[in-house]
Design a protein around this ligand. Structure first.
Ligand code: MG
Length: 381
């Protein structure tokens, strides 16, 4: 991360070009693209492993951990640097080694125009199957670069109103009642809490939280439920306790018919998470679930996440935006889509103690984007 001066210089140049008056009595030039690039400019990708440290041990239905392996990326082009990130929770199968091996195969020098996002990212997708977080690390850095070259934040490029960002939920992991109560008190700022279910103590978790607060909850079973009638009974019980929706009730391998059965009868929306990775999953899941949870580390980044959002909404499906434990880089990237979703679960950077970036934050529980170009992130001073 040596390009802070370059980053600042890039920002200053963009600002100067936007504000320089062309002549007296003329209206100021609009904030437009930066000046034309040098024809010889080429993109270069660099990357380094980065491990996020969690503030608390984090437990879901299938695992516990205190760190999350990741990779930070930069794409430099003619004096401008875009930042990206991969986050790779161990249970998803990618590692810092697999990510570095994938990134070593990325050759951006084959592309002279960074604005050709479709071509470049399709090329990267074809390098190897899988590797969604590694692909996202390139996609996010490229989006940051392109936004900076255009001197616009991505919500403007996509045409979304930054005032319409949602509240984010704050996740309460599975834990002992004392720790859960403590975490709920610490989360006073958040308007919605997300509860991890799918173990034997589901009712204890909910009742413990309800002993401290009556704010709305969302529930994530993380594939932990097996029986569809029991799941339905559970959902009815959750609805009576002001839970708003249930994420991934059954295994992603369970028959779609089980999800359709539950969705048809459930008084709460059923959201697909682990079973909804990429664009092709949206059409497959249409009719079987109420909506989808989009995460950049599953979708291979912002480009495909945006397509999933547009497709799901056009099909009348609900959309939520989720994250892994990740830095403010990937959280900021996702936040530019958030004005268009029903629910956001973008608390990943709030769970870590070594965030190298500043960018999108949470203010009074609401996802709050910056007006800086690209992702709107900067290296923490
Ligand atoms: Mg989930």
């Amino acid at each position: 991360m040596t390009d802070r001066r370059q980053f600042l210089k890039g920002g200053a140049l963009a600002c100067a070009s936007a504000l320089a008056p062309s002549a007296a009595a003329q209206p100021p030039a609009p904030a437009g693209p930066r000046p034309a690039r040098s024809p010889k400019a080429r993109m270069t990708l660099t990357y380094k492993p980065f491990t996020t440290s969690l503030r608390h041990v984090f437990t879901i239905a299938t695992s516990s951990r205190t760190t999350t392996p990741g990779m930070l990326t930069e794409i430099a082009y003619d004096g401008v640097v875009g930042y990206g990130e991969a986050s790779m929770p161990p249970y998803l199968g990618e590692t810092q080694e697999s990510c570095a091996a994938f990134l070593a195969k990325v050759d951006l020098s084959r592309h002279s125009n960074p604005f050709e996002l479709e071509t470049i990212l399709a090329d990267i997708d074809r390098i190897a199957p899988g590797n969604p977080a590694a692909k996202a690390a390139v996609d996010i850095a490229l989006h940051d670069l392109v936004g900076k070259l255009m001197n616009q934040p991505w919500y403007n490029i996509w045409g979304y109103n930054p005032a319409k960002t949602p509240y984010t939920s704050f996740t309460i992991g599975i834990d002992t009642p004392d720790v859960v109560r403590q975490k709920v008190r610490e989360a006073a700022e958040y308007k919605v809490l997300k509860v991890k279910l799918g173990r034997e103590n589901d009712h204890e978790m909910i009742e413990t939280i309800r002993s401290v607060t009556d704010k709305p909850l969302t529930a994530d079973a993380n594939q932990g439920w097996k029986d569809r009638q029991k799941a339905l009974d559970e959902i009815v019980w959750l609805k009576e306790r002001n839970v708003q929706f249930v994420e991934q009730p059954f295994s992603k391998e369970a028959p779609l018919e089980d999800f359709a059965w539950l969705t048809e009868r459930s008084p709460l929306p059923i959201m697909a998470d682990e079973m909804c990775q990429r664009l092709s999953d949206v059409r497959r899941l249409y009719g079987a679930v109420s909506g989808i949870n989009i995460k950049l580390m599953k979708s291979t980044g912002m480009r495909e996440a945006h397509k999933m959002l547009v497709l799901a909404r056009s099909l009348g499906m609900k959309v939520m935006l989720g994250c892994m434990v990740e830095t403010s880089c990937a959280i900021s990237a996702a936040s530019h889509l958030s004005p268009m979703v029903e629910w956001a679960d973008l608390d990943g950077a709030l769970l870590i103690s070594n965030d190298p970036f500043v960018g999108t934050t949470v203010v009074d529980g609401k996802v709050t984007v910056t007006d800086r170009p690209g992702l709107g992130v900067a290296l923490r001073a």
